[in-house]
Design a protein around this ligand. Sequence first.
Ligand SMILES: Nc1ncnc2c1ncn2[C@@H]1O[C@H](COP(=O)(O)OP(=O)(O)OP(=O)(O)O)[C@@H](O)[C@H]1O
Ligand SMILES: [Mg+2]
Length: 128
Amino acid sequence: MRVLLYSGKGGVGRTTVAAATAVRSAELGYRTIMLSTDAAHSLADSFDISLTSDRQPIAPNLWGQETNISKTIETYWRDIQDWVAALMAWRGIEQIMVDELAVFPGMEELANLPYITDYYNSRIRKGG
Ligand SMILES: Nc1ncnc2c1ncn2[C@@H]1O[C@H](COP(=O)(O)OP(=O)(O)OP(=O)(O)O)[C@@H](O)[C@H]1O
Ligand SMILES: [Mg+2]
């Protein structure tokens, strides 16, 4: 499995380039999932379709997903909390501080990583 991450300053073409790359990847025969974590999603607009926080098929070998931070946290809260606690402990920050830290920079990106882990573990079925 390969992960291609498009990040950077807003408006530079991240969504467009990610969508184009995903289409090419699918055409080459790689099973490809486009996952947008941007709260102001525009991935679906690139394809003139609607997408949800659940993965859905778009074309042969191509799936799309626009994650939603509330649902992501609801789904993966336990994992996220464990990671944050481990990270903070490593930096010498006490558990009480971790419990009080609801949101910190990078939280949204971090919270989406378990989707990738799950895809890696489940290896979606061909054509499914
Ligand atoms: N290679 C390109 N050449 C010319 N225009 C482009 C190119 N890539 C994207 N654009 C245009 O630039 C604008 C911004 O592109 P896009 O929405 O992909 O950027 P983004 O980085 O995802 O922005 P956002 O901050 O809104 O998420 C769009 O109008 C898009 O059509
Ligand atoms: Mg974008």
